[in-house]
Design a protein around this ligand. Structure first.
Ligand code: A2H
Length: 256
């Protein structure tokens, strides 16, 4: 943990259909069109490639009301930070509308900004950290080795899907080519995972190495292949994509 605050873009992933665990409290059920899982990302320019949302099945999440009358779902720790950043209905206090475990929110349909998939699903990832961001992670398997490895696990392991009530259709999403990176091509995460022999999300050391290799190269040399900033370099448009999401009210800034 550094001393300087880390700034994240919180991507608002709208719940299209409330699962039972979110219907049981009226304050949430009555806002069924305005309930969002909020995912902390350092790479807003990759949102064109979202294929799913990761939750930790054993983590605890809460729902809170925002100052704009929406409902955000995150860890309690993140909600507390949001309360001090003017994001929630009341400043400096967290009033949970409900509490839920990640495994109660699996297979939920979401509408996420910029991605070409109209509906994507919440899926389990065992390595989601409680003490980073919101505990909600948006998945971009084209550009994030962790996301690619975890998605491949779910595609290849029926028992893992069954354990969390995930159907084959919920993981039948291909990585979307969104950024060209010299040497790694337009699907940099799958390419590096295959060349390093990464087999699953449990290959922690190899994944850390893969992430490091691809991350800087994508930032400094990557070129967007889709969207309003097609043909431009990642480092020149990261801020513009972030501004676009903020203007459309599809994201908020958050730090910790
Ligand atoms: B990034 P840093 Cl395409 N547990 O977003 C585990 N991982 C988490 C998390 C948590 N609680 N909260 C956020 N993250 C992930 C996109 C992305 C990300 C791409 C490529 C690299 C990348 C799509 N997933 O991150 O430790 C989120 O994944 C590599 C650094 O604060 C977030 O950005 O540096 C990143 O980790 C934040 O990690």
């Amino acid at each position: 943990e550094g001393v300087a605050p880390q700034e994240y873009t919180l991507i608002k992933m709208r719940v299209q259909q409330l699962p039972p665990a979110l219907q049981k409290v009226k304050a949430v059920a009555s806002k069924s069109e305005k309930v969002f899982l909020v995912a902390a990302t350092l790479r807003p320019e990759t949102m064109y490639g979202q294929t799913n949302c990761w939750l930790g099945p054993d983590l605890r999440y809460i729902a809170v009301e925002t100052r704009t009358g929406e409902v955000f779902i995150s860890t309690k720790r993140a909600a507390r930070n949001m309360a001090y950043q003017g994001i929630l209905a009341k400043d400096n206090v967290v009033e949970p509308l409900l509490e839920v475990k990640g495994h109660e929110l699996m297979g939920v349909k979401l509408a996420a900004p910029l991605t070409s998939y109209k509906t994507i699903y919440t899926l389990p990832m065992l390595t989601v950290k409680e003490d980073k961001g919101t505990g909600v992670v948006t998945s971009v398997p084209s550009d994030a080795p962790d996301d690619y490895a975890a998605l491949v696990d779910l595609k290849n392991k029926p028992a893992l899907r069954e354990k969390y009530g995930i159907s084959e259709a919920m993981v039948a999403f291909d990585p979307i080519p969104i950024i060209d990176v010299p040497e790694y091509g337009n699907l940099s995460a799958p390419t590096i995972c295959e060349s390093m022999g990464i087999k699953s999300q449990n290959d922690r050391d190899l994944l850390a190495e893969a992430k490091e290799k691809v991350y800087l190269k994508s930032f400094y040399e990557g070129v967007l292949l889709v969207g309003d900033f097609k043909g431009k370099k990642v480092q020149d448009v990261k801020k513009s994509v972030q501004d676009l999401l903020l203007k459309e009210k599809e994201a908020v800034m958050y730090q910790e």
